[in-house]
Design a binder for this molecule. Sequence first.
Ligand code: ADP
Ligand code: NA
Length: 346
Amino acid sequence: AEKKVVFSGIQPTGIPHLGNYLGAFKQWVDLQEQASQGTTLLYSVVDLHAITIRQDPHQLRLWKKEMLASLLAVGLDPERSIIFYQSAVPAHSELMWILSCNASVGYLSRMTQWKSKLSLPENVSPLDPTTKTPLKLGLFSYPVLQAADILVHRATHVPVGSDQAQHLEFARECATSFNHHFGQVLVSPETIISPAKRVMSLTKPEQKMSKSDDNPKSRILITDTEEDISKKIKSALTDSTEGVSYDPVARPGVSNLLDILFHMTGSTFGSREDLVADCQNLSMRAFKSRVAEAIETEIGPVRERFHETLQRENGKYLSSVAELGAKKASTSATGTMNLVRDVVGL
Ligand code: ADP
Ligand code: NA
């Protein structure tokens, strides 16, 4: 059988929310549970990506630990998955530089997701769309780092949310173009798109739930208490139509709650239709408490493991997990870097 290598990453830019949990973590854990002997799984806390936006150093250090604890809390196992901080494995940055020397600025600027994010003008100094300050080179070229993250481990499969597909295209382009010049050295990865629908904001259900939303009521964190969950779901924006029905266009708020409920372990329904049929006569109040209970049932144990993991051995446990991950990930990257350096002539 072909050797399978799975790579995925998440930025340490806040406590993960239900969107990260359903859209990424659950799939990462499933892949771990289904993994056979020849499969390598790598999950990275991508701190080098986090600094493409200015971060407070104390806050970043804390977020890194919290993200590592989150990965363990949702069920990733450091014995079966390589869990590591990106910056602890310098090969990521080294390969990024080498790929940069072969990556087209034009191609990077034309990427559609990129364009909408940066709206690069033709001949004036480009601005960062958020801060309106001069665009930093690192933010512009982060897809090259993303490509290096994947290619340095010869990943064959990359689980992503549907919003990320374009960056995989770029990673494939980097691999193909490098191989064209230097021979069959890099492996082109395949995407595995998450089966979960995008989780939408609780307060603005036409937008995705995101760490970067200013309104804390817009998302459920994996560390929220039962009371937090209940309050946030109660205040989630729905509508005044009688009963519960699934219609993402006309009833985005209610449909988002149905999607969330459907993906929670509390849901014993084989299809969304069965679930909707079972909820249709509930009052909005009763429906919301059912959603809140289902979230608490699944998130409660994650929250407890999160706090246990952070405290464990006075924080030494997390450091030992990070150390083990860095060692294994460095080993995984070494083979590729030896080949790459050799063919380039370094
Ligand atoms: P955020 O936008 O909250 O900062 P990231 O960009 O760090 O999240 O994404 C980390 C992972 O979580 C990615 O795989 C992404 O596809 C997934 N993800 C993020 N937000 C959502 C969402 N609202 N619904 C589903 N998946 C999501
Ligand atoms: Na994001």
